[in-house]
Ligand binder design. Structure first.
Ligand SMILES: Nc1ncnc2c1ncn2[C@@H]1O[C@H](COP(=O)(O)OP(=O)(O)OP(=O)(O)O)[C@@H](O)[C@H]1O
Ligand SMILES: [Mg+2]
Length: 443
């Protein structure tokens, strides 16, 4: 079996495929890359109590992407044609997250404040609530919810679905976890199964099989805390991949079957849709930072320079890279010039990216339970900008792959041209998706 990730690289180095890195490998092979150690909390934390939310100005929603490399706030509204009109966008570097979870409340609060203030800018809008994302680890569960309706003749309305969803909160979940998101797979009315849209029907025993995504209570409470301290509140939280999917795929693709892989700085978020229903969402604690760390380790460059090298010259397919191109660089405080070929750089990136896509695809395949993904896989998030990611995805999965940007749902008139170009970028998939959820999701 072909080894991937660092193991794969190390093996190729020891077999002489990366001769210029040989000494570095010998020096660093005892170094632990990531301990992964986690402490168990003494007692299971309690979910935060619900607070009364003040409304935003009429028709206004705010998407807040709390990412590991940046925090983005996007304010928008729907125009008469039901297209999203972006009124403001603000961004701040994020330094308070570790592996997708908040590890420094002050830094995260300050960055959220900075992003929100920049987004509000000249709009002068009073923002009281935002739609935010959760990038921590998830658990996927299938559970049934039941309510008995007092008036069985009365039409089933969205309030009944909300009641059904509320019932689910009372179910037992693993210690330290709470629901982040749940989606009905189908409804059952008085033993009549497989109902996709129950609104307007009548019946007494109203049931649904839900796919439930749970997340870590501590991580969710910390997110609420930071947003509150930044002067606003969270209306709803969505898992990151579900938000990104909202921006980069359409309903027809969800119907046919599609998976979204959002490759961010610290985490990769995955979601799978089939027959219009979300089947699975999760997070892998691996992202672009790991590629940067590999480049840093093999070149001796600092973190920022290693990232710049990746962004400027990186590709995921050495076989499609010009073997004659050599990149010259100097390490911090170094006097001598060093060199790396573009092919070698691509081999380092490919190795980690193969590991990441294979891990994601294993999870996707498991979730599909034999069903097929007719529309394949969409890559989004910052590291999906890497050259040839689509081809590598196709080689690994055998499925149709493409890169997704959130431009689909933005109004593209002349007054928004510049903004449109800026947001037509996979790094904004989550924030635009969250905004869209805030503007369009009612139940
Ligand atoms: N042109 C590019 N080529 C390759 N990688 C890029 C490029 N531009 C940005 N990146 C990488 O994208 C990552 C940041 O992506 P993104 O903004 O989606 O992350 P994030 O949302 O802040 O983090 P996360 O989702 O992990 O919490 C970084 O690893 C960065 O190096
Ligand atoms: Mg992200």
């Amino acid at each position: 079996m072909k080894k991937t990730g660092l193991l794969g690289i190390f093996e190729r180095i020891s077999s002489g495929q990366f001769p210029q890195f040989k000494s570095l490998w010998t020096e660093n092979k005892e170094t632990s890359h990531d301990s992964g150690a986690q402490t168990t909390p003494a007692a299971a934390p309690e979910p935060a109590k619900q607070v009364i939310l003040k409304d935003n100005p009429s028709g206004i929603a705010v998407g807040l992407d709390v990412g590991s490399s940046k925090i983005v706030a996007v304010i928008g509204q729907l125009n008469a044609d039901h297209q999203i009109e972006v009124l403001g966008i603000g961004e701040a570097p994020s330094e308070g997250l570790t592996r997708g979870s908040i590890s420094n409340l002050t830094k995260t609060t300050n960055a959220i404040k900075e992003a929100l203030e920049a987004a509000i800018g000249t709009t002068k809008l009073e923002i009281n609530q935002v739609i935010a994302n959760y990038s921590g680890l998830c658990n996927n569960l299938d559970q049934r919810g039941v309510i008995i309706r007092e008036d069985m003749i009365k039409d089933i309305r969205s309030e009944d679905i909300i009641r059904l969803k509320k019932e689910m909160e009372g179910n037992p979940y693993p210690a330290g976890e709470q629901i982040v998101y749940l989606e009905p797979q189908h409804f059952i009315i008085d033993d009549e199964p497989d109902i996709r849209d129950p609104i307007g029907m009548s019946g007494q025993r109203f049931e649904s099989d839900f796919h439930v995504i749970t997340g870590e209570v501590n991580g969710i409470n910390n997110l609420h805390k930071c947003v509150r301290q930044a002067g606003t509140a969270i209306k709803t939280i969505y898992p990151t991949a579900i938000a990104s999917a909202e921006a980069v795929v359409c309903e027809e693709e969800k119907e046919e079957g599609i998976a979204v892989i959002d490759i961010g700085a610290a985490v990769t978020s995955i979601v799978v849709y089939k027959n219009g229903i979300m089947r699975y969402a999760d997070t892998i604690l691996l992202g672009g930072n790991s590629i940067n760390a590999d480049i840093k380790q093999f070149t001796g460059l600092g973190s920022r320079q290693a990232e710049l090298l990746k962004k400027t010259y990186g590709s995921v397919l050495p076989e499609e890279t010009d073997s004659s191109e050599i990149i010259q660089y100097k390490i911090l405080n170094g006097t001598k010039e060093r060199f790396i070929s573009k092919v070698d750089l691509a081999m380092i990136i490919q190795s980690r990216m193969e590991e990441l896509i294979s891990l994601a695809y294993d999870k996707i395949e498991e979730a599909l339970k034999g069903r097929c993904l007719t529309c394949g896989i969409v890559f989004t998030g910052g590291d999906s900008r890497l050259h040839n990611i689509r081809k590598l995805g196709e080689q690994i999965t055998g499925l149709k792959c493409h890169a997704g940007t959130p431009m689909l749902h933005l109004k593209a008139d002349s007054s928004q041209h510049e903004l449109f170009d800026k947001l037509n970028d996979p790094i904004y998939a989550t924030s635009i998706g969250l905004l869209k959820m805030g503007l369009t999701k009612l139940v």
